[in-house]
Design a protein around this ligand. Structure first.
Ligand code: IPD
Ligand code: CA
Ligand code: CA
Length: 250
């Protein structure tokens, strides 16, 4: 299977169908509850239906944000969030993306994120690097005292705000991980015990391939569970010293 083709075609199809709904009340209508107990918005459902029907002929296992696990007994598992940042999408905030990760057994083999508004297509290919629209990308080297950090802590670790120059909370962690990967942010911190593999799987693959360090809140290498419901904490940074700075405050 050419995962690159599958991801691009699927992302384009989702784009075509959902973009007319961007910023509309219809997009944000609640139509149910997902496997994590979060609301499913109209746009989540429309996007997921496309993804599921596209993946169906491939007969792989699927972990998707709204429906959860579809186990087809395959060696391959696709962990997908059809729209990460659906609040932003419905509210007309242009930060949201399609997120797609592939595992052979538990081993990551491919990650892709498509940011519809900027038309940036990111890929992480384990052992081979990270790319944006086919061009190699890399994390940047942070400047001490000038760090820019995406920051989800729900009140924890707030002294860190004084230790870095910029904090951002953009509302779509898949996108924020690509910003780390291409050197637009120095770190992404989410210690609410809230994000799930569907939110971060592709972003972690891409960020790691771009040179990021990605750990749990103890500073140990983050392991991705192939689940739509198991929550986790995440620290992703471009430099060891920034990891230490964060761990000191936890
Ligand atoms: C959300 C985004 C957001 C994160 C939330 C997620 P959704 O996903 O990833 O960045 O802070 O925890 O639920 O619901 O927009 O796909
Ligand atoms: Ca999500
Ligand atoms: Ca989603």
């Amino acid at each position: 299977i050419s995962w690159n083709e599958v991801a691009i075609e699927m992302a384009k199809e989702v784009e075509k169908v959902v973009m007319p709904l961007f910023g509309t009340p219809k997009a944000g209508e609640t139509i149910g509850t997902n496997v994590s107990g979060d609301v499913t918005k109209y746009v989540d459902k429309v996007a997921e239906d496309i993804v599921l029907s596209r993946l169906q002929p491939l007969d792989v296992n699927v972990v998707s944000e709204e429906v959860g696990l579809i186990d087809n007994g395959s060696d391959y598992t696709v962990v997908v969030d059809p729209i990460d940042g659906s609040y932003n999408f419905a509210a007309g905030i242009p930060i949201f993306a399609f997120s797609f990760a592939v595992f052979a057994g538990r081993k990551p083999v491919y990650g892709a994120i498509y940011e519809f508004v900027t038309k940036h297509f990111y890929e992480g290919i384990p052992g081979n690097g990270a790319f944006m629209n086919g061009e190699r990308i890399h994390v940047r080297k942070p400047e001490r005292g000038k760090e820019a950090l995406s920051f989800y802590t729900r009140g924890r670790c707030i002294r860190l705000i004084k230790k870095v120059k910029r904090v951002r909370v953009l509302g779509a962690i898949a996108v924020e991980l690509t910003y780390l990967a291409r050197g637009a942010l120095d770190g992404v911190l989410d210690i609410r015990n809230y994000v799930r593999p569907t939110d971060i799987a592709a972003g972690v693959i891409i960020a790691r391939e771009a040179g990021a360090i990605v750990t749990d809140e103890k500073g140990n290498e983050l392991k991705l569970n192939l689940s739509a419901t198991e929550t986790t904490n995440l620290i992703a940074v471009n430099d060891r010293y920034l990891l230490d700075l964060i761990l000191e405050e936890l």
